[in-house]
Design a protein around this ligand. Structure first.
Ligand code: DGT
Ligand code: CA
Ligand code: CA
Ligand code: ZN
Length: 580
């Protein structure tokens, strides 16, 4: 077993934190931190350096520290560290990472009111349990809550589904407040590329006078704090803890800056290499010839054209082969939201939804759809208020009746059938065969090992009535890891059995993700984009599924629910005229 210097550094950092929590002499605390710093910058293998005596004399590694390193190298452990670790619960050390909270405060809240993690600290501050502790007051509670927000911001990425509405609001407000100074405005960065989570938000404006734009920006209604303010760049922190960077550039550079700040970094690097081969220089100001003459930069099209490329859609700019495809004229004709003709995974009030089928139909028609499938939960899903077989049959009859009164629109009677722990389905075939569409998914047994869970799904996929496998990995962004399903095998079976894999459009799911969507397409598996809506407004989440599909290079023809009703019914082997 070999211990790396980074591992030892981590132990020393934790030691420093624990000792500071105990109120130890600050010099002792600092000694561990210095040693950790030194270890993180060591060249070469720790054990070798130690055995060859080369650690002696390294600043920060005194005699005492060398002894501790020796102990860790020979036993894999440091007794003093193990002891300290037992003294404090897991989450307490994390509290030290919150800005403006020192070890004294952490020790106080832990010992006096039992606060053991960030969540508990937040709750204590909100319910005013901190203000009566010695040395604290209402102001301290405010500061701590702000610190927690800052901490979460620095650590957490936010969902595209959270960031996008905020950006829309900000663009609206900026346009209102500084309209005469804004020539063009666009989001950039990961948000423009449609990444599922966003680190910070980047916005770009072209203007000949940046001051009034920066004024408007730093006074936007969601501003909590102005982190930086300058001529060309300012940054704010919103009340929800997101950082937003605004850059203002002159109109002749707008395209170059938009290209540059949209990224991704990897795409930009690949593009720059291409420029160099053509004896050009490309940066956020423009594209330049060898003699320094500027040859483009007002629009993105111009930037790409200078490199003999067509405009590459932002969602593809991840250095996954898009430049080569562009060069060969083989960029996909990406799917658009208008291509979507229906939604095949929706819950109604019959199970855990909050809109009636009538309301859902109305909303779907507003969106210009030709069909929806109502797929309430199946019998054993108690939390989802699953339907008994009898209830489901009654619902099917109700839907058939509704269809007979609808023109140019079709409600498909479906179900989201739970795959039980043993791979059997939650309704018998006699019921499944009555449905227009069967969607299957997992809601339990997430901890099964890879072999078990994969075999379980494959078993379910053998049922001839199954059409769609929904949210195939079960991940919830920032909350739950995917279960350990072998997607490779699932794709194989999906192609063989002609089962469509879902891109679930819920912003915290986006499941399959872009990478697997791309892979599914390569393997000839067809995809369907569904919102899994639990109320009528949930149908509007479709856009997030479409963005994910675009990031996976999908065209309309790769996606089942771009098919007109007639074509879809053919695939489902159903008649256009609804049978009673
Ligand atoms: P994020 O914010 O973590 O979700 O991801 P991005 O892609 O928005 O990254 P961000 O905000 O750090 O920077 C925005 C864009 O600016 C990035 O996508 C590409 C460009 N950029 C930033 N730093 C560099 C760099 O060092 N080199 C190059 N070539 N481009 C960069
Ligand atoms: Ca960003
Ligand atoms: Ca940024
Ligand atoms: Zn569902």
């Amino acid at each position: 077993m070999s211990v790396s210097s980074d591992q030892v550094a981590r132990i020393f950092r934790e030691m420093a934190d624990f000792l500071s929590l105990k109120g130890e002499n600050p010099f002792r605390v600092r000694a561990y931190e210095k040693a950790a710093d030194a270890l993180e910058h060591l060249p070469g293998d720790l054990k070798e350096l130690y055995e060859q005596g080369k650690l002696k004399g390294v600043p920060g590694l005194g005699k005492g520290m060398l002894e501790k390193i020796g102990t860790i190298l020979s036993t894999g452990k440091l007794p003093a560290y193990e002891e300290l670790k037992r003294e404090f619960p897991e989450g307490v050390r994390e509290l030290l990472s919150i800005p403006d909270i020192g070890p004294k405060t952490v020790k106080l809240v832990y010992e006096k009111i039992g606060v053991k993690n960030v969540q508990e600290l937040e709750a204590a501050a909100r319910s005013h349990k901190l203000r009566n502790l010695p040395g604290m007051g209402p102001k301290t509670e405010e500061n701590i809550l702000r610190g927690i927000r800052l901490y979460r911001m620095s650590r957490n990425r936010v969902l595209l589904g959270k960031a996008l509405p905020l950006v829309e609001q900000i663009l609206r407000e900026l346009r209102e407040k500084a309209s005469s100074w804004i020539e063009m405005i666009s989001p950039a960065g990961s948000l423009r590329r449609g990444k599922e989570t966003i680190g910070d938000i980047d916005i770009l404006v072209s203007s000949t006078n940046s001051r009034p734009v920066m004024d408007a920006f730093t006074h936007l209604s969601p501003v909590e704090d102005v982190l930086a303010r300058g001529e060309t760049k300012s940054s704010i922190l919103t009340q929800s803890g997101l950082q937003i960077d605004l850059r203002v550039v002159p109109p002749e550079s707008f395209g170059a800056a938009l290209q540059y700040f949209t990224g991704s970094k990897a795409h930009n690097i690949a593009l720059r290499e291409r420029a160099i081969k053509k004896n050009l220089k490309i940066n956020e100001y423009g594209v330049f010839a060898e003699n320094g003459k500027r040859i483009g930069g007002r629009t993105e099209e111009e930037v790409y054209a200078c490199l003999d490329l067509p405009l590459i859609p932002p969602e593809l700019r991840e250095d996954r082969g898009e430049i080569e495809a562009a060069e060969k004229g083989r960029l996909p004709l990406l799917l658009k939201e208008e291509d979507i003709k229906g939604d095949l995974h929706i819950h109604s009030t019959a199970s855990d939804g909050t809109s009636s089928i009538e309301e859902l139909v109305e909303k779907a028609k507003e969106r210009g759809y030709e069909y929806i499938a109502i797929t309430d939960h199946s019998v054993s899903l108690r939390v989802g208020r699953g339907l008994s077989g009898e209830d489901l049959l009654a619902q099917i009859r109700k839907i058939r009746k509704m269809n007979s009164r609808l023109e140019g629109f079709r409600i498909l009677a479906g179900s989201e059938v739970d795959i039980r722990k043993d791979g059997t389905l939650d309704y018998p075939d006699e019921i499944l065969k009555e449905l227009d569409i069967v969607v299957i998914s997992l809601h339990s047994g997430f901890r099964q090992d890879k072999k078990t869970i994969t075999a379980r799904v494959i078993k379910a996929m053998q049922n001839p009535f199954v059409r769609v496998f929904a949210h195939p990995t079960g991940r919830l962004l920032g909350e739950r890891e995917p279960y350990s399903i072998d997607l490779d095998k699932i794709l194989e079976v999906a192609r063989e059995k002609n089962i469509w894999l879902e891109i679930n459009a819920q912003p915290e799911r986006l499941d399959l993700n872009d990478i697997w969507v791309m892979e599914a397409k390569k393997r000839g598996v067809r995809l369907v984009i569904n919102t899994d809506a639990h109320n009528k407004d949930g149908l509007d989440l479709m856009s997030f599924g479409v963005i994910t599909a675009r990031r996976g290079w999908l065209e309309a023809k790769d996606v089942i629910n771009t098919l007109p009703l007639k074509e879809l019914l053919k695939l489902l082997k159903k008649d256009l005229i609804s049978g009673e």
